[in-house]
Ligand binder design. Sequence first.
Ligand code: FES
Length: 159
Amino acid sequence: MSEPETKPVAQLTRRRFCQAAGVAACTVAASGAGVLSIEFLHPRVLFEPPTRVSLGPPDGVGVGSVIASETHRLFVIRLKDGFRALSSVCTHLGCITRYQPDDGVIACPCHGSRFSLDGDVISGPAPRPLHWLDMAVSDKGLITVDTAVEVPQGMVFKL
Ligand code: FES
């Protein structure tokens, strides 16, 4: 009679343990390098909305009218000789101001600053006038305002 064959039990020797630990460490390092490489190929870019915004056509805007856009944070004011655009961001702490047609002023709801339709400070605490913004007429004949481009105070656009 022959004895049944027995398979030898794999023993965890120091050599095998070190080999397994080395393979595991290399796998983790390669995985990390792979993830970083993929992230490198997809740079983190913050896409912001365009700063040039289109409003309506200039023809229908009567002299003395104020177009207020809370979305774009600006006012467009029709003058006898053209247009001006003002930022509606208060120069005190950045609240959004509102046009008050009854008083003919722009007022800040946060701390009570008041501005004229030239953007000048009527009453504080705002330290500076509202910013004047660049304007143009688009190819489609619409008023456009670039909220990222300031122009000198007093600049009137003939659109
Ligand atoms: Fe406008 Fe303070 S934020 S007055």
